[in-house]
Design a protein. Sequence first.
Length: 179
Amino acid sequence: MRTYIALLYSIVLTPQRRVVMADLKAMAEGLGFTNTRTLAASGNLVFDAPEMPIRELENQLEAAFPDAFGRHVDIIVRDAAGWPAFAAGNPFPQESAETADQVAVRVMRQPVPATALDALESYAAADEKIALVNGDIWIVFSRERPNSRLLGAVGHKRLGIGTSRNWNTVRKLAEMVEL
């Protein structure tokens, strides 16, 4: 058995279609996954499953999700063994210590090519930062501009399937899987 982390994309649904974390855990357990646990109510699932290709796990979770919650949601799965190193690779440690809620990473299903970084930088405000680390996009968002142009620039249509998590969530997931 291996431990994995599943990150659900955009589970902000109407009150009638909320994703309750207990139901998410039950869905995963129905697939035969064990030791299921969640972090916050924002679609972060940690579970144990037989070792298999990540894409197979994503397919299983995505296939079960509509039956449990009534709609499709993209789900990114990562091997939990690599998550602490992923978190340690944060290119913005100073900003993360000062304003953790302004630092986020777009965790990608397929790595973003390095050539995309130049185009993305053109969307960043003067007080924003962006970095590409192993195909995932790290961003320091502006405190002054709540509607960053980077949000649209890093979306599915431009870069492919991914989901964003703030530094607090990345750090807490690392702590969960290091125990």
